[in-house]
Design a protein around this ligand. Structure first.
Ligand SMILES: C[S@@+](CC[C@H](N)C(=O)[O-])C[C@H]1O[C@@H](n2cnc3c(N)ncnc32)[C@H](O)[C@@H]1O
Length: 292
């Protein structure tokens, strides 16, 4: 590693390096094992002072339980932090993810702020990790907005592998919509799934779009198509767009193939760049400004 700042990397950046190695180098296994050991060490350091409690458990048992409370006070003095999850957060965090969980806090924040007469559109949901985070945001914001989800919901070979590593077994060519809708039914939100090829979406029939999340239309044909279908439903000064793989071209090694969204946005005054999202900074957020 030549980068002099490399010793300051985060665990997510090391994981990204593993991902890069997986894309193809010699000595893959050995290189990956070294990086995984590095990640494990970093995770141990991070988690040494982290306690994870379930919110329902806390509500039921913590308040009245002297021993637990004393234990927490003792640890707190030593700098421990506590993660408190609700049951729904636990469900959301268990859904296999290709990014939605990792940027969940942003998806939740934006979704919670969508006005109740608007809708949210998600293109490219895979197994619903981002969908679940959006639902959490809708519940937090109590805006009850409908969520329109588009995906082919079809398990490809690489997706079966990725899901398997995260604890969900899929079969070749499986229709994944059943799996996804089962996960998402827990949230009791107004989610409308559309199982289709992106380029075959004919019409969007929802209300104005307050938030648009896209993790699928990276090539020019798909992106042109979704813009044709959805852009007319964006609201100037209101619609937040999250492109989950916007900066992927920086490390994908495929250059222009993954750069269409970036090229489209450059110098495009209709969209204002807001920020890159952590943890791996692939995602970008824009605000639709509309035609001047
Ligand atoms: C990177 S994954 C999405 C990951 C998801 N956002 C998450 O957070 O886990 C991309 C998804 O886009 C879908 N997709 C890609 N091209 C598509 C197309 N032409 N039509 C429909 N879905 C497509 C894939 O089926 C896959 O589920």
């Amino acid at each position: 590693m030549n980068n002099p700042l490399s010793k300051f990397r985060t665990i997510c950046e090391v994981l990204r390096e593993i991902n890069d190695i997986c894309q193809g180098t010699e000595n893959k296994d050995r290189d990956i094992r070294i990086k995984l050991a590095e990640c494990e060490g970093m995770a141990k350091k991070m988690s040494r002072q982290l306690l994870e409690y379930n919110k329902d458990f806390i509500e039921e048992h913590f308040e009245g339980n002297e021993d637990l409370y004393k234990d927490w006070k003792r640890r707190k003095k030593k700098g421990y932090k506590m993660i408190v999850e609700s049951k729904l957060e636990t469900i959301a965090n268990k859904i296999p993810s290709m990014g939605g969980r990792e940027i969940g806090k942003y998806l939740r924040e934006y979704a919670s702020q969508v006005k109740s007469n608007f809708s949210i559109v998600e293109v490219g949901a895979w197994l619903g990790a981002g969908t679940a985070q959006i639902c959490l945001g809708i519940l937090e914001g109590k805006n009850n907005v409908p969520l329109f989800v588009y995906d082919r919901f079809f398990a490809s070979k690489s997706e079966i592998e990725k899901a398997g590593k995260q604890g969900v077994k899929l079969k070749p060519k499986q229709n994944t919509l059943k799996v996804v809708s089962k996960f998402i039914s827990n949230f009791n939100c107004r989610v409308k799934f559309n199982r289709c090829n992106i380029t075959a979406i004919k019409k969007y029939k929802g209300s104005k779009i307050g938030m648009y999340v896209d993790d699928a239309s990276k090539s020019s044909d798909k992106f042109k198509h979704v813009m044709k279908i959805f852009k007319k439903h964006f609201v100037p000064g209101e619609t937040i767009l999250v492109f989950m793989d916007y900066f992927y071209f920086e490390w994908s090694g495929h250059g222009e193939k993954h750069k269409y969204q970036f090229n489209y946005m450059q110098g495009n005054k209709e969209f204002e760049f807001i920020k890159r999202l952590l943890p791996d900074k692939s995602a970008a957020v824009f605000l639709y400004r509309g035609k001047k």
